[in-house]
Design a protein around this ligand. Structure first.
Ligand code: FCA
Length: 338
C-alpha cells in the first residue's frame, strides 16, 4: 500500500481532530444543560365550573413561583382520565393533581399512575375503594362537615331573624349522595337545622341527577310540585350551583328574597348572582378558597417530586360566609376578584 501524499495525510489528521473536538464539545454542553423542568398535570372533572377555574389559577401561581410546568386538562369521565395519564407520561410529567369525575375510579387511577410512574395528589373529592376512603393518597379538600354545619346554622338564624314560623317553613335540600364530600356537607347542614328546631318532617331531600344548575333546577321542581303548601323555603345544597338551580325553580313559582333563602358552598360560582341589582333568594355562600386549594395541592406534589418531601395525607380548609354585604371585599382579599 502506498503512503498517501503529505497533504492528504494532513487533511485526514485535521478531520480526525475536528471530529474529536466536535464530540468533546458536545459532552460538556449536554451535561451543562439546565435540567428539564418538572411537569405536573392538573386534571379536573368539571372545567366549566368557576370553582375549578379558580383552583387552576391557584395552581398556575404555584407553577410560576416554583418554576414547574403545569398541564391543565378537563377529565369529564374515566376514559378521559386514563388517556390523560398516558399522555402525561409520554409528555414527561412526573405526577398530577386530580379532582376525579367519579371517586370509585380511585383504584384504577392509582394502578395506571403506578404503571406510568406518576405521583398523585387529590383535590376536593377523595378516592373511595370498597366503600372506604383511600386515605393513603394525599388529599386536600374542604372541611365538609364543618362547612355544612355552618350552612345549616346560618339558614336557621336567618329564618329566625325574618320571623318565619316553623309551621310555614320547609327545607329544600338538594342532595348528591353518591359523592362523599357532598353527602357530608348536606348531612351536616340538615343536622344543624334539626338542632336549631326544624322538625325532620319539614326537611325534604331533592336528589340531583347531575351536579350542575339544570340538575338542581329539575330536582327542586319535583319537590316544589309536591309541596305547594309551603310559604317559606330554606335551600341548601353541596355547592353554589346546587342552590342556584333551586333558586331559579323557586322564583318561577313566585318566591322572592322576602319569602325564600338559599345558601351555597364554594363562593366562586355565585358572583354574578350576588351582583344582581335586585336581591334573589340566593342569600349567600360558604366561601372556601379555590385558588389556595389549587396552589397547595400542586405545591405539595411539586415538593414531593423535587425534594422527596412526603406530602401531608389529609389537609382540610375552612369556609367563611359571604353575602351581598361583604362578598366584594372578601373575594378581593382572597384574590378571587380584582
Ligand atoms: C366538589 C364539588 C365542587 C366543589 C369541590 C370543593 O368537587 O363538585 O363544586 O365544591 O367539591
Amino acid at each position: 500500500m502506498t503512503t498517501p501524499p503529505r497533504f492528504v495525510r494532513l487533511l485526514l489528521a485535521g478531520a480526525v481532530l475536528l471530529l474529536a473536538s466536535c464530540s468533546k464539545s458536545e459532552a460538556p454542553a449536554n451535561s451543562a444543560a439546565t435540567p428539564a423542568k418538572i411537569k405536573l398535570g392538573f386534571l379536573v372533572k368539571q372545567p366549566e365550573e368557576p370553582w375549578f377555574q379558580f383552583e387552576g389559577k391557584g395552581a398556575d401561581k404555584a407553577a410560576a413561583q416554583y418554576g414547574f410546568e403545569l398541564i391543565k386538562q378537563g377529565v369529564q369521565d374515566g376514559e378521559k382520565v386514563m388517556a390523560m395519564i398516558d399522555n402525561l407520561a409520554v409528555a414527561g410529567a412526573q405526577g398530577f393533581v386530580i379532582c376525579t369525575p367519579d371517586v370509585r375510579l380511585g383504584p384504577a387511577i392509582m394502578a395506571r399512575a403506578k404503571q406510568r410512574n406518576l405521583k398523585v395528589v387529590l383535590v376536593d373529592d377523595q378516592f373511595v375503594s370498597d366503600g372506604k376512603f383511600m386515605t393513603e393518597v394525599p388529599y386536600i379538600g374542604m372541611s365538609a362537615s364543618r362547612i355544612g354545619t355552618q350552612q345549616g346554622q346560618t339558614l336557621a338564624a336567618e329564618m329566625k331573624k325574618r320571623g318565619w314560623p316553623v309551621a310555614e317553613t320547609a327545607v329544600c335540600a338538594i342532595t348528591f349522595e353518591e359523592l362523599d364530600t357532598a353527602r357530608e356537607r348536606t348531612d351536616n347542614s340538615i343536622a344543624a337545622l334539626k338542632a336549631a328546631g326544624l322538625p325532620a318532617d319539614r326537611i325534604f331531600k331533592a336528589p340531583q341527577k347531575t351536579t350542575d344548575i339544570p340538575g338542581s333546577f329539575d330536582a327542586a321542581n319535583v319537590l316544589l310540585t309536591q309541596h305547594p303548601e309551603v310559604k317559606h323555603w330554606l335551600i341548601l345544597g353541596m355547592n353554589d350551583n346546587a342552590v342556584i338551580g333551586a333558586v331559579r325553580a323557586i322564583e318561577q313559582r313566585g318566591f322572592t328574597a322576602d319569602t325564600a333563602i338559599g345558601i351555597g358552598i364554594n363562593g366562586t360560582d355565585c358572583i354574578d348572582e350576588l351582583r344582581k341589582a335586585k336581591p334573589t333568594p340566593f342569600f349567600g355562600s360558604m366561601l372556601v378558597s379555590a385558588p389556595r386549594e389549587g396552589f397547595m395541592s400542586s405545591e405539595i406534589l411539586y415538593k414531593w417530586i423535587k425534594d422527596g418531601t412526603p406530602p401531608p395525607l389529609d389537609t382540610r380548609t375552612e369556609g367563611i360566609l359571604i353575602t351581598r354585604e361583604n362578598f366584594e371585599a372578601v373575594l378581593k382579599k382572597e384574590g378571587i376578584i380584582e
